[in-house]
Design a protein around this ligand. Structure first.
Ligand code: UDX
Length: 463
């Protein structure tokens, strides 16, 4: 009989979460841990269509679709998160209960740290739970401290106090302002169901026997010490994409993309001088209004730098993207720009032609940029992104945090500053952190050791 442990991994059904949890799945598979990976039908079909996910893993990997009825399409609507949670509760929870009951022996459940309904099921039958939070340790900790902020009256945020530093997020008292808090906390009252969900999900984390984080000790050490006061068993194993690269001995990892990647941008990048191109992408979920899009377009073209811009077909909120270039911007766009629907981002960031990244500060994008030593301009949109961008700009000093500013002149100036004037200053820091990231995932590094410990701990659980 096969004695290798078997885990169920359950990510929140969005690209940023699926991506890093699938990388964890691959890391575990390489150590002979059998993995069942639970995804929505839509994600299941997209992974089969756009990736080599089945051939990449051995026979110990099983991609399991959930029943129909759970869709990410609601996420760009008001209270989208709570609508999604309703369907997860109604559909995924009973499915998981049955699935575990009729599956071969399962060692433990590794569930996304914001899916406590899965942990409830596991707890009913005494199945050990390990959580994986796919965002930064810093954002996790800021969510965790919300009740303390409410208690001292710093939350809800007062309109005229957004620039003041907050006193109750331990380890961040010197630099975290109201406007750096996750988007869910920015409203003038705290009645949004999304806020309640995020806070409740975070506060119940200590019930798990361990917490996996896609980060590394040299990047977020002081905040990790705070987290360990409430969750002592933290496995920092990131950046997971770099960890996987190190284990496979390859330059880049296979894609976990839910969209078709346009590889043609790589040939365009090949023709550009070193560090001459600013890469622009706002991740997989964030949308822009038509006005914001135009402001960015002017800013990017007026910066007079070369650019590669990912313009997803659903990037503009509430409407299909029309492939028209505003007349005044046509010449600058054609002369200096390359637009794509979706690109192989890890490879793009590793290309020698990339000199900067204009990003929404999603955590995967931030880590991918850090590993390649690419300085960032941060324009955060929602969830953890506001916290991440504050760390990039103020703590790690690896770029500029323009926060909620959306003004063509500021965008143009920031791009010029990043690519020309202050590039040396930022590059020095990003290169240093890139080296530390690589050290963490190679033999003897903190993430390497923590992954080993995680695997040993999974093995030591006797079902
Ligand atoms: C979401 C949240 O936005 C993010 O803040 C949170 O940390 C995780 O969930 P997303 O918005 O998609 O994720 O951002 P991000 O975490 O940066 O993930 C995007 C992923 O898509 C990255 O791994 C990136 O490499 C990939 N990507 C993006 C592509 O492969 N191609 C593209 O063209 C754009």
């Amino acid at each position: 009989m096969d004695s290798s442990p078997r885990v169920i991994i359950f990510p929140f059904p969005a690209q940023g979460h699926v991506n890093s949890m699938l990388k964890l799945a691959q890391l575990l598979s390489l150590s002979n841990v059998q993995v069942t990976f639970l995804v929505t039908v839509d994600t299941h079909d997209r992974l089969l269509n756009h990736t080599d996910v089945i051939s990449r893993f051995g026979s110990g990997f099983h991609l399991q679709p959930l029943p129909h009825g759970i869709s990410m399409d609601v996420m760009n609507t008001r209270d989208g998160l709570s609508i999604l949670y309703d369907s997860l509760n109604k559909i995924a929870k009973p499915f998981l209960r049955e699935f575990i009951a009729y599956s071969p022996v399962t060692t433990c459940l590794i569930t996304d740290g914001i899916l406590s309904m899965a942990a409830d099921v596991a707890q009913e039958i005494n199945l050990p739970i390990i959580y994986f939070r796919t965002a930064s340790a810093s954002s996790f900790w800021s969510y965790f401290c919300m009740p303390d902020l409410i208690q001292v009256g710093e939350l809800p945020l007062k309109e005229n106090a957004k620039d003041l530093t907050l006193t109750k997020v331990k380890g961040m008292e010197d630099f975290l302002r109201g406007r750096d808090l996750p988007s869910f906390c920015q409203a003038s009252d705290l009645t949004s169901p999304d806020f309640r969900i995020v806070m409740t999900e975070t506060r119940q984390t200590p019930r798990a026997r361990g917490l996996i984080l896609n980060t590394f000790e040299d990047l977020e050490g002081p905040i990790l010490s705070q987290i360990r006061t409430v969750c002592p068993n933290v496995y920092t194993i990131g950046p997971v994409h770099a960890h996987l690269k190190a284990k496979l001995g390859t330059k880049s990892t296979s894609s976990n993309s839910l969209w078709q990647e346009d590889e043609s941008c790589m040939s365009w990048l090949d023709t550009q001088p070193p560090k001459s191109v600013i890469y622009v992408s706002f991740g997989s979920v964030a949308g822009l209004t038509k006005e914001e899009l135009l402001e960015f377009w002017y800013g990017i073209v007026n910066s007079e730098q070369k650019f590669l811009w990912v313009m997803r077909p659903d990037l503009i909120i509430g409407q299909e993207r029309k492939d028209e270039i505003p007349v005044e911007l046509e010449q600058g766009t054609k002369a200096r720009g390359y637009m794509a629907d979706w690109v192989p981002q890890e490879k793009v960031l590793a290309h020698r032609a990339i000199g900067g990244f204009l990003t929404h500060s999603g955590w995967n994008s931030t880590l991918e940029s850090i590993v390649e030593g690419v300085p960032m301009i941060c324009w955060p949109r929602f969830a953890d992104q506001q916290v991440n961008s504050r760390f990039v700009g103020e703590v790690w000093k690896m770029g500029l945090d323009i926060k909620d500013t959306c003004d063509r002149d500021i965008i143009a100036k920031s791009i010029r500053d990043l690519m020309e004037k202050r590039n040396g200053e930022f590059s020095q820091r990003t290169e240093h952190m890139a080296n530390l990231a690589k050290k963490a995932v190679n033999e003897g590094g903190s993430s390497y050791i923590n992954l080993d410990r995680l695997i040993q701990d999974i093995r030591s659980i006797t079902p």
